[in-house]
Write a protein that binds this ligand. Structure first.
Ligand code: SAH
Length: 392
Protein backbone atom coordinates (compact mmCIF):
# COMPACT_ATOMS: atom_id res chain seq x y z
CA UNK A 1 0.00 0.00 0.00
CA UNK A 2 1.17 3.48 -0.81
CA UNK A 3 2.59 5.22 2.27
CA UNK A 4 2.68 8.98 2.64
CA UNK A 5 5.10 10.98 4.75
CA UNK A 6 4.29 13.49 7.45
CA UNK A 7 6.97 15.75 8.94
CA UNK A 8 6.46 17.34 12.35
CA UNK A 9 7.40 20.83 13.43
CA UNK A 10 10.56 21.16 15.50
CA UNK A 11 10.12 19.93 19.09
CA UNK A 12 6.72 18.41 18.28
CA UNK A 13 8.03 14.85 18.39
CA UNK A 14 8.13 14.77 22.19
CA UNK A 15 4.77 13.12 22.76
CA UNK A 16 5.59 10.40 20.19
CA UNK A 17 8.91 9.79 21.91
CA UNK A 18 6.81 9.16 25.02
CA UNK A 19 4.73 6.69 22.98
CA UNK A 20 1.52 8.71 22.97
CA UNK A 21 -0.53 7.11 20.16
CA UNK A 22 -1.93 10.30 18.57
CA UNK A 23 -0.42 13.07 16.44
CA UNK A 24 -2.37 16.33 16.56
CA UNK A 25 -2.79 18.31 13.35
CA UNK A 26 -1.15 21.37 14.95
CA UNK A 27 2.13 19.43 15.28
CA UNK A 28 2.43 18.89 11.52
CA UNK A 29 4.89 20.91 9.43
CA UNK A 30 4.43 19.28 6.07
CA UNK A 31 2.61 16.40 4.39
CA UNK A 32 4.25 14.79 1.36
CA UNK A 33 1.69 13.79 -1.23
CA UNK A 34 -2.03 13.88 -0.73
CA UNK A 35 -3.14 11.16 1.70
CA UNK A 36 -6.80 10.36 2.01
CA UNK A 37 -8.41 9.75 5.36
CA UNK A 38 -7.57 6.20 6.46
CA UNK A 39 -4.31 5.94 4.47
CA UNK A 40 -1.12 4.74 6.09
CA UNK A 41 1.37 7.49 6.86
CA UNK A 42 4.95 7.44 8.15
CA UNK A 43 5.64 10.19 10.66
CA UNK A 44 9.07 11.85 10.76
CA UNK A 45 10.59 14.42 13.11
CA UNK A 46 11.77 17.81 11.86
CA UNK A 47 15.27 16.33 11.63
CA UNK A 48 14.06 13.57 9.31
CA UNK A 49 14.14 10.69 11.81
CA UNK A 50 11.43 8.07 11.59
CA UNK A 51 9.01 8.23 14.52
CA UNK A 52 5.94 6.13 13.80
CA UNK A 53 3.49 4.68 11.30
CA UNK A 54 -0.25 5.14 11.62
CA UNK A 55 -3.62 5.87 10.07
CA UNK A 56 -4.18 9.35 8.71
CA UNK A 57 -7.28 11.20 9.88
CA UNK A 58 -8.91 14.49 9.07
CA UNK A 59 -9.55 16.49 12.22
CA UNK A 60 -7.68 17.51 15.31
CA UNK A 61 -6.16 14.05 15.72
CA UNK A 62 -4.28 13.68 12.43
CA UNK A 63 -2.59 10.32 12.93
CA UNK A 64 -3.44 7.33 15.09
CA UNK A 65 -0.28 5.35 15.58
CA UNK A 66 -0.02 1.64 14.89
CA UNK A 67 3.73 1.19 15.43
CA UNK A 68 6.68 3.17 16.72
CA UNK A 69 9.14 1.08 14.70
CA UNK A 70 9.24 0.91 10.91
CA UNK A 71 7.17 -2.07 9.76
CA UNK A 72 4.74 -3.31 7.16
CA UNK A 73 1.08 -3.22 8.15
CA UNK A 74 0.36 -6.62 6.64
CA UNK A 75 -1.28 -9.92 7.64
CA UNK A 76 1.59 -10.69 10.00
CA UNK A 77 1.16 -7.35 11.76
CA UNK A 78 -2.54 -7.97 12.43
CA UNK A 79 -1.96 -11.58 13.40
CA UNK A 80 0.66 -10.56 15.90
CA UNK A 81 -1.54 -7.91 17.52
CA UNK A 82 -4.61 -10.16 17.73
CA UNK A 83 -2.52 -13.05 19.07
CA UNK A 84 -1.01 -10.91 21.85
CA UNK A 85 -4.44 -9.56 22.79
CA UNK A 86 -5.97 -13.06 22.83
CA UNK A 87 -3.16 -14.47 24.96
CA UNK A 88 -3.73 -11.70 27.51
CA UNK A 89 -7.48 -12.48 27.69
CA UNK A 90 -6.74 -16.21 28.07
CA UNK A 91 -4.31 -15.48 30.89
CA UNK A 92 -7.08 -13.45 32.52
CA UNK A 93 -9.20 -16.66 32.39
CA UNK A 94 -11.87 -14.99 30.28
CA UNK A 95 -11.91 -17.51 27.44
CA UNK A 96 -13.51 -20.61 28.95
CA UNK A 97 -16.92 -22.31 28.86
CA UNK A 98 -18.18 -20.49 32.02
CA UNK A 99 -17.09 -17.13 30.60
CA UNK A 100 -16.95 -16.70 26.86
CA UNK A 101 -17.82 -12.98 26.78
CA UNK A 102 -14.98 -10.47 26.83
CA UNK A 103 -13.32 -7.58 25.02
CA UNK A 104 -10.57 -8.81 22.72
CA UNK A 105 -9.36 -5.43 21.45
CA UNK A 106 -9.71 -2.19 23.38
CA UNK A 107 -8.34 0.44 21.00
CA UNK A 108 -5.26 2.24 22.30
CA UNK A 109 -5.20 -0.17 25.26
CA UNK A 110 -4.23 -2.90 22.78
CA UNK A 111 -2.08 -0.60 20.62
CA UNK A 112 -4.76 -0.52 17.93
CA UNK A 113 -6.28 2.97 18.12
CA UNK A 114 -9.77 3.13 16.63
CA UNK A 115 -10.55 -0.58 16.90
CA UNK A 116 -12.88 -2.41 19.29
CA UNK A 117 -13.56 -6.14 19.16
CA UNK A 118 -15.91 -7.88 21.58
CA UNK A 119 -16.35 -11.65 21.74
CA UNK A 120 -19.67 -13.32 22.55
CA UNK A 121 -19.17 -17.10 22.53
CA UNK A 122 -18.38 -17.99 18.90
CA UNK A 123 -19.12 -14.48 17.55
CA UNK A 124 -16.71 -11.56 17.27
CA UNK A 125 -18.17 -8.08 16.84
CA UNK A 126 -15.77 -5.62 15.22
CA UNK A 127 -16.31 -1.89 15.64
CA UNK A 128 -14.18 0.69 13.82
CA UNK A 129 -13.92 4.26 15.06
CA UNK A 130 -11.62 5.44 12.28
CA UNK A 131 -11.52 5.18 8.51
CA UNK A 132 -8.16 3.40 8.73
CA UNK A 133 -9.66 0.65 10.86
CA UNK A 134 -12.70 0.48 8.56
CA UNK A 135 -10.36 -0.26 5.64
CA UNK A 136 -8.56 -2.86 7.77
CA UNK A 137 -11.72 -4.71 8.85
CA UNK A 138 -11.16 -7.75 6.62
CA UNK A 139 -7.51 -8.04 7.71
CA UNK A 140 -8.66 -7.93 11.33
CA UNK A 141 -11.36 -10.53 10.65
CA UNK A 142 -8.85 -12.90 9.02
CA UNK A 143 -6.45 -12.54 11.94
CA UNK A 144 -9.26 -13.28 14.43
CA UNK A 145 -10.27 -16.42 12.50
CA UNK A 146 -6.69 -17.64 12.44
CA UNK A 147 -6.07 -16.89 16.12
CA UNK A 148 -9.35 -18.13 17.62
CA UNK A 149 -10.53 -21.20 15.70
CA UNK A 150 -13.78 -21.37 17.74
CA UNK A 151 -14.99 -18.13 16.16
CA UNK A 152 -17.71 -19.00 13.64
CA UNK A 153 -19.20 -15.55 13.05
CA UNK A 154 -17.71 -12.11 12.60
CA UNK A 155 -20.10 -9.18 12.59
CA UNK A 156 -19.02 -5.69 11.56
CA UNK A 157 -20.88 -2.91 13.35
CA UNK A 158 -19.62 0.61 12.70
CA UNK A 159 -22.53 2.58 11.31
CA UNK A 160 -22.71 4.88 14.31
CA UNK A 161 -19.00 5.02 15.16
CA UNK A 162 -17.28 5.92 11.88
CA UNK A 163 -16.54 9.59 11.22
CA UNK A 164 -19.76 10.86 9.76
CA UNK A 165 -18.04 13.20 7.30
CA UNK A 166 -16.00 10.41 5.72
CA UNK A 167 -19.10 9.34 3.76
CA UNK A 168 -18.14 5.70 3.64
CA UNK A 169 -21.61 4.32 2.91
CA UNK A 170 -20.83 1.56 5.32
CA UNK A 171 -23.32 -1.23 5.78
CA UNK A 172 -23.17 -3.27 8.96
CA UNK A 173 -23.27 -7.02 8.48
CA UNK A 174 -21.53 -10.35 8.80
CA UNK A 175 -18.04 -10.50 7.32
CA UNK A 176 -18.08 -14.20 7.97
CA UNK A 177 -20.59 -16.85 9.18
CA UNK A 178 -23.86 -15.66 10.70
CA UNK A 179 -25.69 -18.97 11.03
CA UNK A 180 -24.43 -20.92 14.03
CA UNK A 181 -24.71 -18.44 16.89
CA UNK A 182 -23.46 -19.62 20.28
CA UNK A 183 -24.72 -18.58 23.70
CA UNK A 184 -22.95 -15.73 25.45
CA UNK A 185 -21.99 -16.57 29.02
CA UNK A 186 -20.52 -14.22 31.60
CA UNK A 187 -19.39 -15.73 34.90
CA UNK A 188 -21.83 -18.61 34.40
CA UNK A 189 -24.83 -16.39 33.57
CA UNK A 190 -26.42 -16.53 30.11
CA UNK A 191 -27.22 -13.53 27.89
CA UNK A 192 -29.01 -12.89 24.66
CA UNK A 193 -26.78 -10.35 22.97
CA UNK A 194 -28.31 -8.41 20.10
CA UNK A 195 -25.29 -6.99 18.29
CA UNK A 196 -27.40 -6.14 15.26
CA UNK A 197 -29.86 -3.78 16.97
CA UNK A 198 -28.37 -3.30 20.43
CA UNK A 199 -26.31 -0.41 21.83
CA UNK A 200 -22.51 -0.49 21.40
CA UNK A 201 -21.55 -4.00 20.32
CA UNK A 202 -24.69 -5.33 22.00
CA UNK A 203 -23.65 -5.69 25.62
CA UNK A 204 -21.72 -3.78 28.29
CA UNK A 205 -18.77 -6.12 28.77
CA UNK A 206 -16.99 -3.60 30.96
CA UNK A 207 -19.14 -4.15 34.06
CA UNK A 208 -18.33 -7.87 34.48
CA UNK A 209 -16.16 -7.55 37.59
CA UNK A 210 -18.31 -4.87 39.17
CA UNK A 211 -21.37 -7.10 38.70
CA UNK A 212 -19.50 -9.89 40.49
CA UNK A 213 -18.77 -7.59 43.40
CA UNK A 214 -22.43 -6.62 43.54
CA UNK A 215 -23.40 -10.29 43.80
CA UNK A 216 -21.49 -10.50 47.09
CA UNK A 217 -23.49 -7.64 48.59
CA UNK A 218 -26.92 -8.79 47.43
CA UNK A 219 -28.06 -11.41 49.95
CA UNK A 220 -31.34 -10.41 51.59
CA UNK A 221 -31.34 -6.94 50.01
CA UNK A 222 -33.97 -5.09 47.96
CA UNK A 223 -32.13 -4.08 44.82
CA UNK A 224 -32.82 -1.27 42.36
CA UNK A 225 -30.85 -1.65 39.10
CA UNK A 226 -31.22 1.80 37.53
CA UNK A 227 -30.16 2.14 33.85
CA UNK A 228 -30.30 -1.67 33.56
CA UNK A 229 -29.98 -1.98 29.74
CA UNK A 230 -29.88 -5.79 29.21
CA UNK A 231 -30.13 -6.43 32.94
CA UNK A 232 -26.52 -7.41 33.73
CA UNK A 233 -26.46 -6.33 37.36
CA UNK A 234 -29.95 -7.76 37.98
CA UNK A 235 -29.14 -11.44 37.49
CA UNK A 236 -25.97 -11.20 39.53
CA UNK A 237 -28.09 -9.75 42.34
CA UNK A 238 -30.59 -12.59 41.92
CA UNK A 239 -27.88 -15.20 42.01
CA UNK A 240 -26.54 -13.47 45.12
CA UNK A 241 -29.92 -14.16 46.84
CA UNK A 242 -31.38 -10.66 46.72
CA UNK A 243 -34.85 -10.43 48.28
CA UNK A 244 -36.21 -8.55 45.28
CA UNK A 245 -34.73 -6.92 42.18
CA UNK A 246 -36.28 -4.05 40.23
CA UNK A 247 -34.70 -3.17 36.87
CA UNK A 248 -35.38 0.25 35.35
CA UNK A 249 -34.46 1.75 31.97
CA UNK A 250 -36.12 4.44 29.88
CA UNK A 251 -35.90 2.23 26.80
CA UNK A 252 -38.76 -0.24 26.36
CA UNK A 253 -36.47 -2.36 24.16
CA UNK A 254 -33.91 -2.57 26.96
CA UNK A 255 -36.63 -3.66 29.38
CA UNK A 256 -37.77 -6.38 26.96
CA UNK A 257 -34.17 -7.64 26.71
CA UNK A 258 -33.78 -7.57 30.49
CA UNK A 259 -36.96 -9.61 30.95
CA UNK A 260 -35.81 -12.12 28.35
CA UNK A 261 -32.42 -12.51 30.01
CA UNK A 262 -33.88 -12.87 33.50
CA UNK A 263 -36.19 -15.58 32.15
CA UNK A 264 -33.18 -17.39 30.64
CA UNK A 265 -31.36 -17.51 33.97
CA UNK A 266 -34.18 -17.52 36.55
CA UNK A 267 -37.37 -18.70 34.84
CA UNK A 268 -40.59 -17.37 36.43
CA UNK A 269 -38.73 -15.96 39.42
CA UNK A 270 -41.19 -13.68 41.25
CA UNK A 271 -38.37 -11.63 42.79
CA UNK A 272 -37.80 -9.67 39.56
CA UNK A 273 -39.79 -6.81 38.07
CA UNK A 274 -38.80 -4.41 35.29
CA UNK A 275 -40.06 -0.91 34.47
CA UNK A 276 -39.60 1.26 31.40
CA UNK A 277 -39.33 4.67 33.04
CA UNK A 278 -37.13 7.74 33.21
CA UNK A 279 -34.53 7.50 35.97
CA UNK A 280 -35.13 10.91 37.51
CA UNK A 281 -38.87 10.36 37.56
CA UNK A 282 -38.59 6.88 39.06
CA UNK A 283 -36.08 7.94 41.71
CA UNK A 284 -38.14 11.02 42.55
CA UNK A 285 -41.34 9.02 43.04
CA UNK A 286 -40.02 5.88 44.70
CA UNK A 287 -40.28 5.35 48.46
CA UNK A 288 -37.48 4.24 50.73
CA UNK A 289 -37.86 0.61 49.62
CA UNK A 290 -34.34 -0.16 48.49
CA UNK A 291 -31.15 -0.94 50.37
CA UNK A 292 -28.96 -1.66 47.35
CA UNK A 293 -29.04 0.74 44.42
CA UNK A 294 -27.04 0.66 41.19
CA UNK A 295 -26.70 3.85 39.14
CA UNK A 296 -24.98 3.17 35.83
CA UNK A 297 -26.10 6.02 33.57
CA UNK A 298 -25.04 6.62 29.95
CA UNK A 299 -22.13 9.05 29.46
CA UNK A 300 -23.58 12.40 30.58
CA UNK A 301 -20.68 14.25 28.88
CA UNK A 302 -19.21 13.25 25.55
CA UNK A 303 -17.29 16.53 25.19
CA UNK A 304 -15.39 18.80 27.56
CA UNK A 305 -17.71 21.77 26.87
CA UNK A 306 -20.67 20.04 28.52
CA UNK A 307 -18.70 18.94 31.55
CA UNK A 308 -20.40 21.32 33.98
CA UNK A 309 -23.88 20.10 33.05
CA UNK A 310 -22.72 16.51 33.26
CA UNK A 311 -21.36 16.98 36.76
CA UNK A 312 -24.64 18.54 37.81
CA UNK A 313 -26.45 15.55 36.30
CA UNK A 314 -24.34 13.13 38.36
CA UNK A 315 -24.92 15.22 41.48
CA UNK A 316 -28.70 15.32 41.01
CA UNK A 317 -28.94 11.63 40.25
CA UNK A 318 -26.85 10.58 43.22
CA UNK A 319 -28.60 13.03 45.53
CA UNK A 320 -31.91 11.26 44.81
CA UNK A 321 -30.37 7.92 45.75
CA UNK A 322 -28.78 9.27 48.95
CA UNK A 323 -32.10 10.78 49.94
CA UNK A 324 -34.10 7.59 49.51
CA UNK A 325 -31.80 4.64 50.23
CA UNK A 326 -32.55 2.74 53.46
CA UNK A 327 -30.17 3.15 56.40
CA UNK A 328 -27.39 0.57 56.05
CA UNK A 329 -27.87 0.74 52.29
CA UNK A 330 -25.23 0.28 49.62
CA UNK A 331 -24.92 2.38 46.50
CA UNK A 332 -22.97 1.28 43.40
CA UNK A 333 -22.55 4.49 41.40
CA UNK A 334 -20.76 4.85 38.06
CA UNK A 335 -19.67 7.26 35.38
CA UNK A 336 -18.51 6.06 31.98
CA UNK A 337 -17.81 9.57 30.61
CA UNK A 338 -14.20 9.68 29.52
CA UNK A 339 -14.06 13.47 29.94
CA UNK A 340 -15.22 13.28 33.57
CA UNK A 341 -12.14 12.61 35.71
CA UNK A 342 -12.12 10.36 38.74
CA UNK A 343 -11.70 13.46 40.93
CA UNK A 344 -14.59 15.32 39.30
CA UNK A 345 -16.89 12.34 39.59
CA UNK A 346 -15.99 11.93 43.24
CA UNK A 347 -16.65 15.59 43.84
CA UNK A 348 -20.11 15.34 42.25
CA UNK A 349 -20.95 12.29 44.39
CA UNK A 350 -19.51 13.93 47.52
CA UNK A 351 -21.62 17.04 47.11
CA UNK A 352 -24.70 14.85 46.59
CA UNK A 353 -23.84 12.99 49.81
CA UNK A 354 -23.33 16.25 51.71
CA UNK A 355 -26.70 17.49 50.49
CA UNK A 356 -28.35 14.46 52.12
CA UNK A 357 -26.52 15.05 55.38
CA UNK A 358 -26.05 11.30 55.85
CA UNK A 359 -22.96 9.46 56.98
CA UNK A 360 -21.41 7.96 53.85
CA UNK A 361 -18.32 5.77 53.54
CA UNK A 362 -16.44 4.54 50.50
CA UNK A 363 -16.12 0.76 50.48
CA UNK A 364 -14.63 0.28 47.02
CA UNK A 365 -13.31 2.38 44.16
CA UNK A 366 -14.06 0.68 40.88
CA UNK A 367 -12.73 0.94 37.37
CA UNK A 368 -12.78 -0.88 34.05
CA UNK A 369 -11.72 -4.55 33.95
CA UNK A 370 -8.41 -5.93 32.70
CA UNK A 371 -9.79 -6.78 29.24
CA UNK A 372 -10.23 -2.98 28.82
CA UNK A 373 -6.58 -2.21 29.57
CA UNK A 374 -5.24 1.34 29.77
CA UNK A 375 -2.14 2.05 27.74
CA UNK A 376 0.13 3.74 30.28
CA UNK A 377 1.18 6.28 27.63
CA UNK A 378 -2.47 7.09 26.87
CA UNK A 379 -4.12 7.95 30.18
CA UNK A 380 -7.18 9.16 28.23
CA UNK A 381 -8.07 5.46 27.95
CA UNK A 382 -9.30 5.40 31.53
CA UNK A 383 -13.04 6.00 31.34
CA UNK A 384 -15.05 3.86 33.75
CA UNK A 385 -15.21 5.06 37.35
CA UNK A 386 -17.30 3.70 40.16
CA UNK A 387 -17.77 4.02 43.90
CA UNK A 388 -19.38 1.57 46.27
CA UNK A 389 -20.75 3.52 49.21
CA UNK A 390 -22.20 2.53 52.57
CA UNK A 391 -24.90 4.89 53.72
CA UNK A 392 -26.04 5.10 57.36
N1 SAH B 1 -25.96 -0.98 33.44
C1 SAH B 1 -26.05 -1.46 32.10
C2 SAH B 1 -25.51 -0.47 31.09
C3 SAH B 1 -26.18 0.89 31.14
S1 SAH B 1 -26.10 1.77 29.64
C4 SAH B 1 -25.35 -2.80 31.98
O1 SAH B 1 -24.74 -3.27 32.96
O2 SAH B 1 -25.42 -3.39 30.91
C5 SAH B 1 -27.12 3.11 29.96
C6 SAH B 1 -28.63 2.82 29.88
O3 SAH B 1 -29.31 3.98 30.34
C7 SAH B 1 -29.16 2.58 28.48
O4 SAH B 1 -29.79 1.31 28.43
C8 SAH B 1 -30.21 3.69 28.24
O5 SAH B 1 -31.39 3.23 27.57
C9 SAH B 1 -30.54 4.10 29.66
N2 SAH B 1 -31.02 5.48 29.83
C10 SAH B 1 -30.59 6.60 29.21
N3 SAH B 1 -31.20 7.69 29.71
C11 SAH B 1 -32.06 7.26 30.67
C12 SAH B 1 -32.96 7.91 31.56
N4 SAH B 1 -33.12 9.23 31.57
N5 SAH B 1 -33.66 7.14 32.43
C13 SAH B 1 -33.51 5.79 32.45
N6 SAH B 1 -32.67 5.13 31.63
C14 SAH B 1 -31.94 5.85 30.75
Amino acid sequence: MNRFKIFLKPKKEESILRFHPWVFSGAIQKIEGNPEEGDLVDVYGANNTFLAVGHYQIGSIAVRILSFVPCEIDDLFWLDKIRIAYQLRCSLKLCRPENNTYRLIHGEGDSLPGLIVDIYANTAVIQAHSVGMHHARHDVARAIQKTIPDIKNIYYKSDTTLPFKANLNNEDGYLFGGKEIGTAIENGLTFNVDWIKGQKTGFFVDQRENRSLLEHYSAGRSVLNMFCYTGGFSFYAMRGNARLVHSVDSSAKAIALTKQNVELNFPSDPRHEAYAEDAFKFLGNMGDNYDLIILDPPAFAKHKNVLRNALQGYRKLNALAFEKIKPGGILFTFSCSQVVSKENFRLAVFSAAAQSGRNVRILHQLTQPADHPINIYHPEGEYLKGLVLYIE
